[in-house]
Design a protein. Structure first.
Length: 463
């Protein structure tokens, strides 16, 4: 029994020694396999710079020719071109949107120069992963791929960015790129057409209805057959680009810089004191009332001419032009006591009214301060001289006739003469009847009294 236990122990020990090398070999193989599988994912190339060629959807070295209703979104250009211009033909029916056709101009020349730099950059990348000739059916992570002179696509190629929108995919082909009809490049997990580049050492041909993605940089020429679409660019350095009812869309590859949130410093705004506007009250100008002073009419003093002294010479008025006193001597009447003479006081003559002097001009009223001058009151026109009042006509004497007294002459003197007549003063003598001397005397007295009252009344009215 002891011998059998020893035999079993030795057998177990031998088996253990045999398994150790086998496990080690399996571990090493697994590690190597993991390294081979992960290598494409580890190599993360940087993007390829295109400079001014980035705005071009189609760029050629010789010509751009279109057939059918192609739609190009972006610039189209040719430089240096060949043959006679134009070097870009087929537009229309082709349509260029969101860009300009640059046919052999300086913009196209600069774009070709920048394309050469980008092409050389992609071609000079080393250490590509060998993916073989056929790309269809593969899923590739970001990296640099190549390994053979020709690349072909039949079916679908999937590019997985693993959630990194900046993941870069670069494919190198020393010769050609050819896709079969209805082939497709699919992007997933954030892959961006701006970061997919195809560097082709000769020419590229996209088959009918191919859905291609990325920027094709061919040293020679590029042909897109009927219905092929490109979400990217077709850039040929030396040869032509030929289109046939295609849709080429240049992607917007601007680098998106996340906005930096800068917290502005806290500014304490002092309270705003609003000063009420100062209202300046303009000084009130009180305009004094304009007092219009009526023109002052200066009434000249009334000069009352005293009655004459009564001693004037007949026919020559005295200083007042008055009538001299009348002395009537009453002759004795038989049968009656002697009657003393009747003296009639002198009747003042009605002097000529002096001319009313011209009214003095009313002086201009002084200007009211700050008031417009009151226009001068026009001078009151001189009052026309009041025509001299004609001398009161001599009161007619009672008409002479038989037994009537003689005619009365103002300024003269009636004198009783011895024969009973009256001397009138003008050289004539009126005889008086002896039978009616008393009546004649009283009649004369009445006439004289009436004349005196009338003269006084006229004088007062004029004053």
């Amino acid at each position: 029994m002891h011998a059998s236990q020893r035999t079993h122990a030795s057998t177990t020990t031998g088996r253990s020694k045999t398994l150790i090398p086998v496990v080690g070999t399996i571990a090493l193989a697994t590690s190597a396999l993991m390294m081979i599988t992960a290598s494409p994912a580890v190599a993360q190339p940087t993007t390829v710079g295109l400079g001014t060629a980035e705005t071009f959807a189609v760029l050629a070295g010789s010509t751009v020719t279109n057939t059918g209703t192609s739609t190009i979104s972006g610039d189209v250009g040719v430089s240096p071109g060949e043959g006679e211009p134009p070097s870009v033909t087929g537009f229309p029916p082709g349509l260029v949107t969101g860009g300009v056709i640059h046919d052999r101009d300086t913009v196209a020349a600069q774009a070709q120069s920048d394309l050469t730099v980008g092409y050389n950059d992609a071609a000079g990348r080393t250490g590509p992963a060998n993916v073989g000739v056929e790309l269809g059916g593969q899923t590739l992570l970001a990296g640099l791929y190549g390994g053979s002179g020709t690349l072909g696509l039949t079916g679908t190629l999937t590019l997985d960015a693993q959630g990194n929108s900046n993941a870069v995919f670069i494919f190198q082909a020393a010769s050609t790129l050819i896709t079969a009809s209805n082939s497709r490049v699919s992007l997933t997990n954030g892959a961006n057409p701006c970061n997919v580049f195809w560097q082709i050492g000769s020419s590229a041909t996209l088959g009918t209805d191919t859905q291609f993605v990325g920027t094709v940089m061919a040293l020679a020429s590029i042909t897109a057959t009927t219905g092929a679409t490109v979400d990217g660019r077709l850039l040929a350095r030396n040869g032509a680009v030929t289109l046939d009812s295609n849709r080429i869309t240049s992607p917007n590859c601007e680098t998106v810089i996340p906005p930096t949130t800068t917290t502005p410093p806290t500014t304490t705004t002092p309270p705003v004191t609003t000063t009420p506007p100062v209202t300046t009250t303009p000084p009130v100008t009180t305009t004094p009332p304009v007092t219009t002073t009526p023109p002052v009419t200066t009434t000249p003093p009334v000069t009352t001419t005293p009655p004459g002294d009564g001693g004037g010479t007949p026919g020559t008025p005295g200083d007042g032009g008055g009538t001299p006193p009348i002395v009537i001597e009453v002759p004795p009447i038989p049968g009656l006591p002697p009657v003393p003479g009747i003296t009639i006081p002198p009747i003042p003559g009605i002097p000529n009214q002096p001319n009313v002097p011209n009214q003095p001009n009313v002086p201009n009223q002084p200007n009211v301060p700050n008031q417009p001058n009151v226009p001068n009151t026009p001078n009151t026109p001189n009052t026309p001289n009041t025509p001299n009042t004609p001398d009161q006509p001599n009161q007619p004497s009672t008409p002479g006739g038989p037994d009537q007294p003689g005619t009365y002459n103002p300024g003269g003197q009636i004198t009783q003469i011895p024969n009973g007549g009256v001397e009138t003063g003008d050289g004539s003598t009126v005889s008086s009847s002896d039978t009616t001397p008393f009546v004649a005397i009283w009649t004369l007295l009445a006439v004289l009294a009436v004349g005196a009252v009338s003269a006084l009344t006229l004088t007062r009215r004029r004053h």
